[in-house]
Design a protein around this ligand. Structure first.
Ligand code: UD1
Length: 430
């Protein structure tokens, strides 16, 4: 078992370089199999475990995956030979369901087990299915929770999404890239990684227009070719470092960032009293006083991202006054508040609302990472708190943050990864 041990209370200072976007990578990796060729993907966060699982899945279906350097891989899709992906492969992460759209586009058939991933509440896939069916596929989900999708021919079609879904938008884009004719996705998600996926598909010869707006038009093509593509910087990793800088009252230059992607986060940090300077590909965050309260409501892009509210809850726990966070995407995303309460935070949760009464300071405590962004929140809390924090279940953090110990360590944090033997449970004997 591994833990993080943090001795907190030191303001973060210095520079950090943000990795490639996890959420873009998780859509682009399966997209590569739509070509029968070789794609080189740069600025890939290779060492996060979500990306490792996607690469393992690629190998499982016959693709070649070659590591070129620490952030570049080549995917050789010439010999992909299976449209079946079992639960063993999909149980680790949500994004494995992108193989449904990609395999459907490639073979006209996909048998993929229902995905795992962070538990944030029920995670339906009805909008994905609606999209596949609109393209002419038959979809069944059998007793073993295998999604079986097949089509004699995929035909472009209008698809109106009843809810703004990143996952459904990606999956429909993947399948539609190889359909015959025009697919129009209305009420599409507009996240930066949707635009990145569209740019990647277009680099392979696809015809995708309108990504970044709520209407995406995909004219299917017969063949896609290999390409070289560099993934955008990770909006949420950048936001996590921005909030960590503010919560520790530090001064951090965050490099390899697209400042425009950070707008909703920057606005809220400024409302909390931080100074945010924007450069071409960097932002600098400084904070020298106690944060001010502010209210947050999560929304699809360009609204405030659901993946950033746990980190903000830490900052607001230290603010003067009472703040409210309203979560509108997921029904079960506030479990981390119990961990923050162990560190002295004063948070009342009522359904999808959290009322945060700011306290003077947080104190170190043994806590755990409930999921990926909950893990980011307890790391920030540990960095800002006085004393020692030990964080268990850090596998969730390793899913999405590359070199997190090194990056925070370089900013002056006292954070270590320690290996410890599982506690011996006498009840297990005999
Ligand atoms: C969502 C977030 C994304 C975040 C990720 C992990 C949005 C729009 N999406 O993406 O920013 O990185 O969680 O925290 O903010 N839904 C349906 N039917 C479907 C698909 C989705 O009802 O077929 C609902 C979901 O229950 C949820 C909402 O739509 O309430 C958004 O889901 P979706 O965007 O698909 O989830 P992710 O792609 O995981």
């Amino acid at each position: 078992m591994e833990k993080f041990v943090i001795n907190g209370g030191t303001p973060l200072t210095g520079e950090v370089t943000i990795s490639g976007a996890k959420n873009a990578a998780l859509a682009i990796i399966p997209a590569a199999i739509l070509s029968r060729d070789v794609c080189r993907i740069e600025n890939l966060p290779v060492s996060i475990s979500d990306v490792s699982f996607m690469m393992k899945t690629l190998r499982h279906i016959g693709a070649g995956v070659k590591l070129i350097d620490k952030n570049t891989i080549e995917i050789d899709s010439r010999h992909v030979n299976s449209y079946v992906i079992s639960h063993d492969m999909t149980k680790h992460l949500r994004a494995s369901y992108y193989f449904i759209g990609a395999l459907l586009g490639r073979f006209g058939r996909a048998r993929v087990a229902m995905p795992g991933g962070c538990y944030l509440g029920p995670r339906p896939i009805d909008q994905h299915i609606k999209g596949f069916e609109a393209l002419g596929a038959n979809v069944t989900i059998d007793d073993s929770a295998i999604v079986d999708t097949s089509a004699n021919k995929l035909t472009g079609s209008p698809v109106y999404l009843d809810v703004v879904s990143v996952g459904a938008t990606v999956n429909i884009m993947l399948a539609a890239s190889r359909a015959e004719g025009l697919t129009v996705i209305e009420n599409a998600a507009k996240e930066p990684h949707i635009v990145d996926l569209a740019n990647f598909l277009n680099s392979m010869g696809a015809d995708v227009r309108g990504a970044g707006t709520d209407v995406i038009k995909i004219r299917g093509v017969e063949n896609l070719h290999g390409c070289t593509y560099s993934i955008i910087p990770d909006q949420i990793e950048a936001g996590t470092f921005m909030v960590a800088a503010a919560a520790t009252r530090g001064d951090v230059l965050i490099k390899n960032v697209i400042p425009k992607h950070m707008d909703s986060i920057t606005t809220k940090l400024i409302e909390c009293g931080a100074t945010v300077e924007e450069f071409d590909e960097a932002v600098r965050v400084t904070m020298d006083s106690r944060p001010k309260k502010c209210n947050i409501k999560t929304m699809p892009h360009p609204g405030f991202p659901t993946d950033m509210h746990p980190q903000f809850a830490v900052l607001l726990s230290l603010a003067e006054g009472t703040s409210i966070i309203s979560e509108s995407i997921w029904s079960n995303r506030f479990r981390y508040t119990e961990q923050l309460a162990r560190m002295g935070a004063d948070i009342n949760v009522d359904g999808q609302l959290a009322m945060i009464h700011g306290v003077d300071h947080l104190k170190g405590a043994p806590v755990k990472a409930d999921d990926l962004r909950a893990g980011a929140a307890v790391v920030i809390a540990g960095l800002a708190a006085s004393g020692r924090t030990e964080i268990e279940d850090i596998l969730h953090i390793d899913r999405g943050y590359e070199n997190v110990v090194e990056k925070f360590g370089n900013l002056g944090a006292d954070i270590r990864r320690v290996y410890c033997v599982e506690p011996f449970n006498i009840g297990d004997v005999g």
